[in-house]
Design a protein around this ligand. Structure first.
Ligand code: NAD
Ligand code: UDP
Length: 313
């Protein structure tokens, strides 16, 4: 199987490339290295079935492939808000280009969509039937609306051109290989706790997220791609819900450095509650997460301990 992974040098993409190589695929990793890093895929470079292409999906590309995992898009608010016009171009033009490719070479394509399509949700937990509560003109909309258009494009290419599609809505995922400067809450808290610095809480910290460990998430994504007769969207995430304060205490406890908290203003349009309903993933993919937050967080903290040079290795 020839498999294209766009965004393959990013956090999730690099884990996905690794998993697909293990499963015996020939993998083409395509990335423009905006938020991805060569270091994430350095250990795969010598694999005979692995290839890397530096390319920006805003421009079309022609490749002979059987599967396309469409992950290219910055995912951390810090990164996607840095150049918002580029972010929405990546989701809209990039998805059109990948769907055009899928149509032409008759490949199956999976879109890495997001819980952000639910915006600041007024239904809890979020089921796939919920249409969401998104501010169309806010600072998060380049990402949220970009992904909503990407989902729309997937469905229209499916209905109009019979393209074989899969859509997964990914909820907050964390784990080893997140960049130190990624800017998302788990990496920020792990790095600050290990350095003994204050953990910065936006708002009062009572907002919630449900955190999935990367290995669980990748397994769900691969199951979705290889399950026949479904298009999605299907939520993939861990339904255990935590406040940001709870996450901070856990990170401090595991790191064991006695860091304190500092509070700053709430970010604009910050979703207040987020938790996936994973009934569909359980039913159609026979999938559910296996890794509790405490276990996954400990593994992630070990990763950052090494990255920061705090232990040999
Ligand atoms: P990431 O920022 O680590 O990875 C994104 C990758 O895409 C990077 O390697 C980046 O360089 C590449 N990229 C960005 N724009 C590109 C372009 N125009 N052309 C080619 N490559 C480009 O983020 P991640 O956490 O690995 O997320 C991967 C995907 O999963 C994204 O589409 C994201 O929206 C989705 N997702 C992730 C999460 C999560 O919690 N990690 C949650 C929901 C959705
Ligand atoms: N957050 C925080 N401190 C940080 C980074 C994030 O308190 O250093 C909060 C943020 O306001 C949000 C939650 O943690 O409520 C998750 O933020 P993240 O950027 O990881 O992703 P989001 O789910 O908002 O896209």
């Amino acid at each position: 199987m020839q498999t294209l992974v766009t965004g393959g040098a990013g956090f999730l993409g690099s884990h996905l490339c690794e998993r697909l190589l293990k499963d015996g695929h020939e993998v083409i990793c395509l990335d423009n290295f905006y938020s991805g890093r060569r270091a994430n895929i350095a250990h795969l470079r010598s694999h005979p079935n692995f290839e890397v292409i530096r390319h920006d999906i805003v421009s079309p590309i022609l490749l002979e492939v059987d599967r396309i995992y469409s992950l290219a898009c910055p995912a951390s608010p810090v990164h996607y808000q840095y150049n918002p016009v580029k972010t929405i171009k990546t989701s809209v033009m990039g998805t059109i280009n990948m769907l055009g490719l899928a149509k032409r070479v008759k490949a199956r394509i999976l879109l890495a969509s997001t819980s952000e399509v639910y915006g600041d949700p007024q239904e809890h937990p979020q089921r796939e039937t919920y249409w969401g509560h998104v501010n169309p003109i806010g600072v998060r909309s380049c990402y949220d609306e970009g992904k909503r258009v990407a989902e729309c494009l997937m469905m229209d290419y499916h209905r109009q051109n019979n393209v074989d599609i899969r859509i997964v809505r990914i909820f907050n995922t964390y784990g080893p290989r997140m960049a130190i400067d990624d800017g998302r809450v788990v990496s920020n808290f792990c790095v600050a706790a290990l350095r003994g610095e204050d953990l910065e809480i936006h708002g009062d910290g009572r907002q919630t997220r449900s955190f999935a460990y990367v290995d669980d998430l990748i397994d769900g994504m691969v199951r979705m791609m290889e399950t026949e007769g479904i298009t999605g969207p299907i939520n993939i995430g861990n339904p255990d819900e935590f406040t940001i304060l709870e996450l901070a205490s856990m990170a401090i406890e595991i790191a064991g450095t006695g860091s304190k908290l500092k509070f700053s203003p709430t970010r604009p349009d910050d979703p207040m509650r987020r938790r996936p309903d994973i009934t569909l993933a359980r039913k159609y993919l026979n999938w559910q997460p296996k890794t509790p937050l405490k276990v996954g967080l400990a593994a992630t903290i070990e990763h950052f301990r090494k990255q920061l040079g705090l232990v040999p290795g």
